[in-house]
Structures are given as structure tokens and as C-alpha cells.
Design a protein around this ligand. Structure first.
Ligand code: AMP
Length: 119
């Protein structure tokens, strides 16, 4: 894979770019979002550089489930397990800007139906 194809998040995973790391294990890393849209805004990122959710294959089912479990764990760690929201933007048309799959974990904010589109 050429340098140009290495995602920003792979560079963070490889410690080439600094980030505020909340949690990591053999399958994923969790960082605080650099431009938070809520008081708690974390990104759960698989080590495997799937560009988008739709790029996941049957062989990725285990890691996809793991990402959901980790989202709950870090929500609990940050004290927002009573109310948090998960968002995955799939594709530029849905607002995806970093093409390495990630789950947004948003908490400690007011949730209503009007902010569903933009988080
Ligand atoms: P998306 O728009 O769904 O692709 O989300 C990408 C997210 O990555 C945005 O919320 C950005 O604020 C966040 N982001 C971009 N660069 C960094 C970085 N260096 N460290 C942490 N979060 C980042």
C-alpha cells in the first residue's frame, strides 16, 4: 500500500500522528475526536483499514461486533452509558471525511430528533 493510501487513522494507530487515545486492544483503538460535536465525542476505529461500513465482508463480522461492544465499554468508562448515540457516516454523501471506518460515540449532550442528520 502506498503512503497516499494509508489513512489518517492508520497513521494514528501506528503512532505517526498524535491523538488522545482513550482505549485500545488487538482489534481497535478509541480516540477523542479532535473537533468534538458533543462534550463526549469518541471515535471507535478498527485496526483493519476498511474504508467504509459497506466494505466489511463476512470475515469482518466478529470485529464489527467487537466495535459495538467497545463503544459500550468506553461509554461506561466516560460515564455516559445512560445516554449516548452511535453514528457511522458511510460515504461522502453522508458526511464521511475520513475513509477508514469509525463509529462516533456521542454523549453528555441533548439528543433530539432534529439533530439526527448532523449528529
Ligand atoms: P467522518 O466525518 O464521519 O469521516 O468523521 C471523521 C471525524 O474524524 C471527524 O469528526 C473529525 O473531527 C475527526 N478527526 C479528523 N482528524 C482527527 C484527528 N487527527 N484526531 C482525532 N479526530 C480527528
Amino acid at each position: 500500500m502506498s503512503d497516499a493510501q494509508v489513512s489518517l487513522f492508520t497513521r494514528i494507530i501506528n503512532r505517526e500522528i498524535p491523538a488522545d487515545i482513550v482505549y485500545e486492544d488487538d482489534q481497535c483503538i478509541v480516540i477523542n475526536d479532535i473537533a468534538p460535536q458533543a462534550p463526549v465525542h469518541m471515535l471507535v476505529i478498527p485496526r483493519k483499514p476498511l474504508a467504509m461500513l459497506v466494505d466489511a465482508g463476512p470475515e469482518d463480522k466478529m470485529v464489527m461486533g467487537h466495535l459495538l461492544w467497545v463503544a459500550g465499554e468506553v461509554a461506561r468508562m466516560r460515564g455516559v452509558d445512560e445516554a449516548f448515540r452511535l453514528v457511522i457516516n458511510n460515504g461522502a454523501g453522508a458526511g464521511q471525511t475520513v475513509f477508514h471506518l469509525h463509529l462516533h460515540v456521542l454523549g453528555n449532550t441533548q439528543f433530539d430528533e432534529t439533530n439526527l442528520a448532523t449528529f
